[in-house]
Design a protein around this ligand. Structure first.
Ligand code: PBG
Length: 326
């Protein structure tokens, strides 16, 4: 005898739907980005990133306080200094923000910090340029990045997260941390970071778009080509060998195949970054009543966990509970 249909039987009521759900997540697995901006008097909104701000030192502390009430306890700080330079950068502002956060919240928060030079350089590139200003110099940039990572770790960051895409920065950072008795500080590597068109709103927030009279107009000579998943694999293997504790795929939605493939091949915790353009796409559609904000955000996060992520960096972390309960 032929069986009656069974697929729909398993979908037939809400209790059963929840019992049989294969992918689950909670706010514990989300990381909230924060922008700490020097030299502004009031916090500023960021076009496209609803509910996210460029914070002053004062509003930054208030923001984290309110985030803790919403169950968020993991953060990724982007420091945006007022003064820009071409080399010999000053990491004090970002370090002071990390110090203030740790002094106030201690072990109640897990504090990661983005390590890159794009908010520090006058031209907006992620490293130091040669004299002709047509090439990012790897060695010099790695030295500066390692110094930044050390300053942040000494200020109290639990985890440093290099997003620059220079070669061998993980080894340099692990070495400098270990030499300075910071062997418990974690490294989360943006190991599979692509040269994406989805970073727009972030670059406004972090004041980090390539700019000025520079021959090098984009980041294609250091970020991974979207068409090259094997480059992302090689970089991730290398970063794991050099001492990264957590690896990352970035952006998220357009790279689910990469996330699934790499997370199944390399046995480390995997983060995925739902970048500013992905998040803003949902927000802008929701503003026009074209989609349900909650459903779309939750669906995107579900896809990340389904594809193998252990944690998601998302601008919506602080809204997660509200959306999950909606
Ligand atoms: C810095 C950095 C970028 C992002 C995180 N760290 C932008 C870039 O590479 O230009 C993007 C984050 C986002 O779009 O949300 N290198």
């Amino acid at each position: 005898m032929k069986h009656s249909l069974s697929e729909r039987r398993l979908r037939s009521n809400p209790i059963l739907q929840k019992l049989t759900r294969e992918v689950r997540f909670s706010v514990d697995q989300l990381i909230q980005p924060l922008f700490a901006v020097e030299g502004i008097k009031e916090r500023e909104i960021i076009p496209g990133l609803t509910g996210v701000f460029r914070d002053t030192p004062t509003t930054l502390l208030k923001q984290v306080e309110s985030d803790l009430e919403k169950g968020v306890n993991s953060f990724l700080v982007f420091g945006v200094p007022a003064g820009k330079a071409d080399q010999h950068f000053n990491y004090d502002f970002t370090a002071s923000q990390l110090h203030a956060l740790k002094k106030r919240f201690g072990k109640d928060i897990f504090l990661s910090v983005d390590v890159c030079l794009c908010s520090y350089t006058s031209h907006g590139h992620c490293g130091i340029l040669n004299d002709a200003m047509d090439h990012v110099m790897n060695h010099e940039s790695v030295e500066a990045l390692a110094k930044a990572a050390l300053a942040y770790a000494q200020a109290g960051a639990d985890c440093v997260a290099p997003s620059d895409m220079m070669d061998h920065r993980i080894r340099a950072i692990r070495n400098i941390l270990d030499e300075n008795h910071l062997d418990q500080t974690l490294i989360m590597s943006y190991s599979a970071k692509f040269h994406s068109g989805f970073y727009g709103p972030f670059r406004v927030a972090a004041d980090s778009a390539p700019k000025g009279d520079v021959k090098l107009k984009n980041r294609a000579t250091y970020q991974i080509d979207p068409a090259n998943p094997s480059d992302a694999y090689r970089c991730s293997v290398r970063d794991a060998e050099e001492g990264a504790d957590i690896l990352m795929v970035k952006p998220g939605m357009p790279y689910l195949d990469v996330l699934q493939d790499l997370s199944s091949r390399i046995p480390l915790p995997w983060a995925v970054y739902e970048v500013s353009g992905e998040f803003a796409a949902i927000e802008l559609m929701a503003e026009k009543n074209l989609i349900s904000r909650e459903r779309a955000h939750l669906e995107a996060w579900t896809a990340f966990f389904r594809a193998g992520a252990n944690m998601v960096i998302t601008y919506g972390a602080r809204s997660a509970r509200e959306w999950i309960n909606a």
